[in-house]
Design a protein around this ligand. Structure first.
Ligand code: GTP
Ligand code: MG
Length: 203
């Protein structure tokens, strides 16, 4: 049975993870380079077009945004990393927000790392995943914007990407492919979340 989203509502924005909602609920966060499609994916998954703010201009999301789904679990929209046209101090500040959240937020059950399915592996993403691995953070990879190229081009890019990861990793994390435009990948990601929602939260 596919998960049904009955309600999804914005709860709060924070720059500091310690001010995020205190209740212990499962929480799934979305991260990746600026403009990769995090906010669009959240809207696609929840079926609420204007829930997370999206923009064609990179750097839209600047805070940790909590959305409560079905009154039972959270989706979190995070700022993008690596936006070159921001000042160094802004980038450092955002990186601090992201890294403190990722390391400190005990409720975070899984981090979805988004990568543009059209791109070659980028150093900034590979390094970020490496850092997640070193810190034991559970994550999966989401290849976004698959509607922007042919299915065979997507297959080729993802295959090459996973090959690249296998140079450093013994085991691959779960992998999803999505198009927020076409609704591709929605059932797969929601199924995955539903499975994890059944597991107890660890302390
Ligand atoms: P920041 O918050 O700035 O870090 O960006 P973001 O990762 O949240 O990206 P956002 O969802 O705002 O999307 C960026 C742009 O990509 C917007 O113009 C979206 O319409 C477009 N976009 C996102 N996902 C898709 C997709 O699956 N297909 C297509 N064709 N466009 C997409
Ligand atoms: Mg965003």
């Amino acid at each position: 049975m596919d998960m049904i989203i009955n309600t999804a509502r914005f709860v709060i924005s924070n720059s500091d993870y310690r001010k995020c909602p205190a209740e212990r609920r499962h929480e799934y966060a979305f991260i990746g380079r600026s403009n990769v499609g995090k906010s669009s994916l959240i809207n696609m998954l929840t079926g609420r077009k204007g829930l997370a703010m999206t923009s064609a201009t990179p750097g839209k999301t600047m805070l940790i945004n909590h959305f409560l789904v079905n009154d039972s679990w959270y989706i979190v929209d995070l700022p993008g990393y690596g936006f070159a046209r921001r000042s160094k101090s802004d980038r450092d500040r955002l990186e601090g927000i992201i890294k403190n959240y990722v390391l400190g937020r005990e409720q975070m059950t899984n981090l979805f790392v988004l990568v543009d399915s059209r791109h070659e592996p980028q150093k900034i993403d590979l390094e970020f995943m490496e850092w997640l691995g070193e810190n034991g953070v559970p994550f999966s990879i989401v290849f976004t914007k698959t509607d922007k190229q042919s299915a065979s081009a997507t297959d080729g890019k993802i295959g090459a990407y996973l090959q690249k990861l296998l140079e450093r990793w013994e085991e691959l994390p779960p992998v999803f492919r999505t198009s927020s435009e076409k609704g591709v990948g929605r059932d797969e990601i929601l199924d995955y979340i539903e499975q994890m929602n059944r597991l107890p939260l660890c302390d």
